[in-house]
Design a protein around this ligand. Structure first.
Ligand code: GDP
Length: 370
């Protein structure tokens, strides 16, 4: 139910239906005389100093965040290093206008420790550049483990030149975790609890004071629909989401061999010399190797059994697999399954068929190890 009340924290209309959306307040709290009328997101921030993720749809998102272009500020764009294609906002230049951008790759703890951080940084810079996004610099952090947060905080302080900082990112990149860490570390902790909505500021933006004149401003996220996470059950999501450092798994394959990633995607090595394929997926997600000629019947018989996830619940909604063929010439090329992981083709000069659920866009990219 949409109410005609507004949140005293961020100014959005209060509603009692959708917990992940802006302005949610539990029905029972609406009539609680001891409670200020604030949405759950503002309530959590005030009382627990905790930032709560929310998301909005794409038109609403663009409408809201484009207001940043009319400000004079620093922008921190947070992306998920495990899903760069799905989380790097191509519309960022339009959203932020002339304001300077720091690009921040979060969840770096998930990549193998042996990853060359300099190469990774340059690789991200290039991805941003190719997408038409000009950035001041790139930082690789882990909001969860606290890696490189101090360096980033210091850089934010020098770059902002006493102005506001806007934090922008797609849902699930770890924006709330990042802001919580930031609040914990900054001196603005006490003030954060009493933050309230100032007329004239954009509805739904949360201001966390940095000093008397400026604030760190959290903006709502946008859902990334081209992601495996939208098609699987809660249980399966736990399995496919990496929680610890990924151990790359090497497969020496001859042409005519197939890899199944659980039963969610299928990768056929159709043509090319024997070579190594490196799988980067959550350690709990099993990879099955089989002969290409047996792959169809294995899938038919074992989907949801040996080839799992999908579990029973996911099977009810998972779109059918669709096949796409690629001819890959370059060495160290990644085939990326958004939100699930990727396979690095080491030598190149291969033809592959990739089968993925309809709606999940595969992308091909240069590996950060090249
Ligand atoms: P938001 O939607 O962008 O606000 O994202 P959240 O802060 O709610 O985080 C989304 C998920 O990513 C949660 O399961 C977090 O525990 C996880 N997460 C956030 N930061 C990190 C990180 O640095 N490393 C890892 N491995 N996971 C993270």
């Amino acid at each position: 139910m949409e109410t005609d009340l507004i949140c005293m924290g961020c100014g959005v209309p209060l509603q009692t239906e959708e917990e992940e959306k802006l302005g949610y307040i539990p029905k029972t709290k609406l009539s609680d005389p001891d409670r200020d009328l604030v949405c759950k997101r503002c309530f959590q921030l005030r009382h627990y100093n905790k930032q709560q993720p929310v998301s909005v749809d794409s038109d609403e998102f663009l409408n809201m965040v484009s207001k940043i272009s009319q400000t004079d500020s620093l922008v921190v764009h947070l992306i998920d290093i495990f899903d760069v294609e799905g989380t790097l906002l191509k519309s960022l230049p339009r959203i932020v206008g002339k304001n300077p951008i720091l690009l921040v790759g979060n969840k770096v703890d998930l990549l193998p420790k042996s990853t060359n951080q300099n190469k990774l940084k340059n690789w991200l810079l290039k991805m941003a550049k190719d997408a038409g996004i000009k950035v001041l610099d790139v930082y690789l952090i882990s909001s969860q483990k606290g890696y490189h947060l101090n360096e980033l905080a210091m850089r934010m302080e020098t770059e902002r030149k006493n102005k506001d900082i806007y934090v922008v990112g797609v849902t699930n990149v770890g924006k709330s975790t990042f802001i919580n860490q930031f609040i914990k570390r900054s001196t603005g902790v006490k003030e954060a609890i009493t933050t309230s909505y100032f007329p004239g500021t954009t509805l739904g933006f949360i201001h966390i004071p940095l000093d008397d004149k400026s604030a760190l401003i959290d903006t709502p996220g946008i859902m990334n629909k081209n992601q495996m996470a939208h098609y699987v059950s809660k249980q399966d999501l736990k399995i496919i989401t990496p929680k610890k450092e990924i151990k790359p798994r090497n497969y020496q394959l001859n042409s005519g061999q197939t890899l199944f990633i659980g039963g969610l995607v299928r990768f056929d090595f159709v043509k090319g010399d024997k070579q190594t394929f490196v799988c980067y997926f959550a350690n709990e997600l099993l990879v099955h190797r089989t002969k290409l000629e047996k792959a169809d019947s294995l899938y038919e018989k074992q989907l949801g059994k040996l080839l799992t996830p999908p579990d029973e619940e996911t099977l009810k909604t998972l779109p059918k697999l669709v096949k796409q063929s690629y001819r890959i010439t370059d060495e160290y090329t990644d085939v990326v399954f958004p939100g699930l992981g990727w396979i690095t083709i080491l030598s190149g000069n291969v033809t592959i068929d990739v089968h993925s659920p309809k709606g999940i866009g595969i992308s091909i990219r240069k590996s950060f190890n090249r």
